[in-house]
Design a protein around this ligand. Structure first.
Ligand code: ADP
Length: 274
């Protein structure tokens, strides 16, 4: 693509148009390939728990005389069913956040409310592992955007913090308003004391279905879609998501969003121009 761009600039007009057409076709092919990959991935991810459920139900039927085995198989069926439900829910979330018009439902959203919702979402898992979730610095902070999407994004980050941490550790959510070159920004940082993420994986974890350790992620009901959703939400809100991590020590995921006043103005201006 770089070569094409360089030659396009120095070529005569007719040749330039042909080159642009070629670039367009290449882009269309790339999008088509991404779409095909995605469908193949989704089919594979759906087939695995569905296949396991089918095998386990056969095992339950065969073990009808052995109540202990039935209980064990039923437990595993429950896990597979949960995985299937999580996956479908996250696919719905992903298609929702990819629909840019969701931003037409933008409003002023209190960060405190987002934090409460995110904590509620994984309170059970956290309690089961004896993990405490604490928050601070969020009072009075707000962001501009789609409440459901923002809640899903923060919820995913907190959920990961709980999932990828050993028992009896702490997940901290910290809100702050920071000055940057482009104006003030709202930061919501989620820090855990978990397993951390190897450096080689750090950029790839935001890709759909990418997992550092598929077996571990599967055991926690993970789908590999959570961070892809977070990244989409951050980008569609004019922000970004950053990761810091040290293996064996923990990770911090920071959701950085534009200060609500400027975000609202920009958003309303875009809608007026439509
Ligand atoms: P999953 O559903 O598998 O959790 P995500 O997209 O949310 O999918 O995350 C992708 C991968 O990134 C996970 O499988 C895990 O390997 C890694 N990961 C995400 N968050 C954390 C974290 N807080 N600590 C350690 N690893 C993490």
């Amino acid at each position: 693509a770089d070569l094409l761009a360089v030659s396009a600039r120095s070529a005569p007009l007719g040749a330039r148009l042909v080159l642009l057409l070629v670039e367009d076709l290449t882009e269309a092919r790339r999008i088509e390939a991404v779409r095909r990959d995605f469908v193949a991935n989704v089919s594979h991810e759906l087939k695995t728990p569905a296949g396991a459920l089918s095998l386990l139900s056969e095992a339950v039927l065969d073990a009808a005389e052995d109540p202990e085995a039935v209980t064990r198989f039923a437990g595993r069926m429950q896990n597979e069913a949960t995985r299937l439900t999580n996956l479908i829910q996250e696919l719905i979330d992903l298609s929702r956040v990819q629909d840019n018009d969701m931003l037409s439902q933008a409003e002023l959203v209190s960060v405190d409310e987002l934090v409460t919702e995110a904590i509620d979402r994984c309170r059970q898992q956290a309690d089961d592992k004896g993990i405490t979730i604490a928050s601070g610095g969020t009072a009075g902070l707000s962001v501009w955007g789609n409440r459901g999407q923002l809640a899903a994004a923060l919820g995913n980050l907190v959920e990961n913090g709980v999932n990828y941490s050993p028992p009896h550790t702490r997940v901290a959510i910290a809100g702050s308003l920071v000055a940057s070159a482009g104006g003030e920004q709202v930061e919501i940082a989620v820090t855990d004391q978990g397993i951390g993420i190897p450096e080689t994986d750090r950029q790839r974890i935001f890709e759909r279905f990418y997992r550092v350790d598929p077996a571990r992620s599967r055991a926690t009901g993970g789908t590999g879609l959570g961070l892809a959703i977070v990244k989409h939400v951050a980008a569609s809100h004019g922000g970004e998501v950053l990761v810091w991590s040290a293996e064996g020590q923990g990770s911090t995921f920071t959701l950085r969003l534009p200060e609500p006043g400027s975000a609202r103005e920009r958003h309303l201006a875009v809608r007026r121009d439509r």
